[in-house]
Design a binder for this molecule. Structure first.
Ligand code: MOS
Length: 701
């Protein structure tokens, strides 16, 4: 019996491979005759390389090459189509000229026979600079905000400016208002697996074993950089040791690995150091946001103003959907949003764990909590009074929206009714207890994808697509979709991903993998099943099929996942330590393909949100843009002792419009809502409103 496989809490099909070490990550694919490359990173924040003193280093034991802008090959850097790169600007051209655009930019690469020799030689290489003073503070006196070029394009999710009604006038006239500024620190990605690439040339053909959330994009980009047809580059990445955005782009180290391998005529392995992970692999941009809310005395919103500014680099405009959720989360006739960028002398930011939405919703949901206190309303009651019937920003019905059901389910599981509303009113011994709540939302995206399915005469099947699995369980959930659609047991399906020569999948990000890749697999398996029904089972039956969202449904409906997040914290009033004691998230994400993995993904997201709220912050030295805490000792992240009992629940939700599978996507939304729920709990516990992340001990003392 094979129906009902979708929806089963199956353990990971790749679990055994992962815990026994059989799963191979990029740096595990060692090649015969492989040499090692180590990047030398700029130690000034802006300026020019004046000299590279490579003569002594070239004579060091085992050194095969020292490449800098002085001798590196000039690369084609041709155009290519990317899902991921910023729409405006030019990606970093590595070792092509003497300019230093930010601290940590690669200025040389040293290649040697062993990793120890390469590290020693890289440390010995003397690079001199003509340094200039960079601008690295987006809120400092030299910062200049710009209207993002890409924001002028008609993308409903990333508008620079959007308005309905007259929000400023309604705000001036509102009997009750909140008008505050929220500041979220820059954060850096610190996955378990650092970025790594092994590059191997055979004539004009290049194979890359490389950590990537989108192998077909890395293939296209590296081919364009080296002036090759895409077919001559193969990117392989079957496993990813955590990423959540950092491996969406093809960062400069991939180019450097390929350049070095071609130069020395041997395969080359390049692994970034933990410190280098803070330089060239993106970060969550710092954001500064104003939220102004106006309301009637009975708690109806009359005005919402959301003005947000984010960091970008001088050479690219990285945009995120900072203000998007504000346009549809609540019912309000007068809404105005504005989004600006501040170009800085730093590397380009990138997508990080619920990019945009996590930051924007933090500001909005803290402001809603502040408004609830002013109105003396329960924060859930305030949201209920402003629950919209439609997406008022787009003037469309929602394909499905279960926000209030999420609040009902979450409140019941959390025990919200035990909360007493007054700040500092709940205690456990000497500890101050706080309970906070916030809404979450993330778009239900769906991108075109193609999959191949093959039914073999022995009654097993193979399914292939160039998708990725950075941890949420793509291997397992896609095996479930294929098995159910083909009418086979899970054991009879072999699912493969992570090769650029498989049919193309979109980036493994934006919570669209289940919808996009799952729909393509379903389509390919239906095609195979129909072919099999015609008879002839003595030879393999193969079909390749594509899927995309029904354009009519996409035009008619606003499609988003929603959730409600509840948090209990304890503050030690003597020393100010803030501990999360419990968190409960309730989500409406359409159909849940695997409840065990969905729950795991949500609680994993909550861990990231606890980091965002209470720990993570990259500090730049104002003089030279150096990240001063670029290591895991001083860049704080949650560890086991910081993580209490976390629960994720899903409301029953059927959405016939999003796709044939009825899945709306999950992953990013788990990062949204948790940080404001924590900040709101901090206010409830301590009576202090902290509008800056991360919240620190000194903020509550
Ligand atoms: Mo997600 S931040 O798009 O990997």
């Amino acid at each position: 019996m094979t129906t009902g496989i979708i929806g089963q809490p199956l353990p990971r099909v790749d679990g055994r491979a992962k815990v026994t070490g059989a799963a191979r990550y990029a740096a595990d694919f060692n090649q015969p005759g492989q040499a090692y490359a180590v990047i030398v990173s700029a130690t000034v924040g802006l300026g020019r390389v004046a000299g590279v003193d490579s003569a002594a280093v070239e004579k060091m034991p085992g050194v095969l090459a020292v490449l800098s802008h002085l001798n590196a090959p000039r690369l084609a850097y041709g155009p290519h189509k990317s899902y991921i790169d910023p729409a405006t600007g030019e990606r970093l051209h590595v070792l092509q000229d003497e300019r230093v655009r930010f601290h940590g930019q690669p200025v040389a690469v040293v290649v040697a026979t062993t990793i120890a020799q390469a590290e020693r030689a890289a440390a010995a290489l003397r690079v001199s600079y003509n340094a200039e003073r960079p601008v690295v503070d987006c809120a400092g006196p030299e910062a200049r905000a710009i209207v993002p070029e890409a924001g002028r394009q008609p993308d409903a999710r990333l508008p620079a400016d959007k308005a309905r009604g007259d929000a400023d006038r309604a705000l001036a006239e509102a009997p009750v208002k909140v008008d505050e500024t929220y500041d979220i620190a820059r954060e850096n990605h610190n996955p378990m697996e650092p970025h790594a690439t092994i590059a191997s040339w055979s004539g004009d053909r290049l194979t890359l074993w490389s950590k990537s959330q989108v192998v077909v994009n890395e293939q296209a980009e590296i081919a364009a950089i080296f002036g090759l047809p895409p077919e001559s580059v193969t990117v392989i990445c079957p496993f990813i040791g955590g990423a959540f955005g950092t491996s969406l782009r093809t960062w400069p180290h991939v180019t450097l690995a390929a350049m070095a391998a071609r130069h020395v005529g041997r395969p080359v392995k390049l692994v970034l150091t933990r410190k280098q992970m803070f330089f060239t692999t993106g970060h969550r941009p710092r954001t500064v946001q104003r939220i102004a809310l106006g309301a009637t005395a009975d708690g109806k919103l009359t005005s919402v103003v959301h003005e947000g500014t984010g960091e970008t680099s001088r050479y690219e405009e990285f945009m995120e959907a900072l203000t998007s959720v504000t346009t549809f989360l609540y019912s309000c006739p007068n809404v105005r949003t504005r989004y600006r960028l501040v170009p800085l002398d730093t590397g380009t930011p990138n997508h990080m764990r619920g990019p945009g939405e996590a930051s924007g919703v933090f500001a909005l949901e803290c402001a809603m909590d502040e408004l609830a206190y002013k109105l003396r309303l329960d924060p859930i009651d305030l949201r209920r009074r402003n629950e919209p019937a439609t997406d008022q920003g787009e003037n469309k019905p929602f394909s499905s929206r279960s926000l209030m059901k999420c609040y009902d389910l979450g409140a019941e599981r959390f025990g919200w009714s035990r909360r007493t509303p007054e700040p500092r009113s709940m205690r456990d011994g000497r500890l101050l207890i706080g309970m906070g709540v916030a809404s979450a939302s993330y778009p239900a995206f769906h991108a075109p994808a193609t999959a191949r399915a093959r039914l073999l005469p022995d009654g097993t099947a193979e399914v292939e697509i160039a998708a990725s699995d950075m941890g949420p369980g793509t291997y397992t959930s896609m095996t479930q979709v294929a098995a159910e659609t083909l009418g086979l047991s899970v054991e009879r399906v072999r699912f493969s991903l992570g090769r650029s020569d498989y049919p193309p999948a979109p980036s493994h990000g934006g919570s669209w993998t289940m919808a996009s890749v799952g729909s393509a697999i379903r389509a390919a398996c239906i095609a195979v099943r129909e072919e099999a029904a015609k008879g002839r089972k003595d030879r393999p039956i193969e079909a390749t099929a594509s899927s995309q969202r029904d354009p009519e449904a996409a035009a008619r409906f606003s499609m988003h996942s929603f959730g409600a997040v509840f948090v209990e914290i304890a503050i030690d009033p003597d020393v100010g330590t803030i501990r999360v004691r419990r968190a409960v998230g309730a989500y409406g994400i359409g159909r849940v393909v695997n409840p065990r993995l969905a729950s795991s993904q949500c609680t994993g997201g909550m861990v990231g949100g606890i980091g965002m709220a209470l720990m993570e912050r990259t500090v730049l030295d104002a003089r030279d843009g150096r990240p001063v805490n670029a290591h895991m000792a001083d860049y704080l992240m949650p560890v086991n002792l910081d993580i209490p009992q976390l629960e994720a629940h899903f409301v029953a939700e059927t959405d016939p419009h999003v796709n044939a599978l009825g899945v709306k996507g999950l992953g990013e939304i788990a990062l949204v809502g948790i940080a404001p729920a924590i900040a709101n709990a901090v206010f409830h516990a301590a009576g202090k409103r902290v509008r800056t992340l991360p919240i620190r001990i000194e903020d509550v003392l």
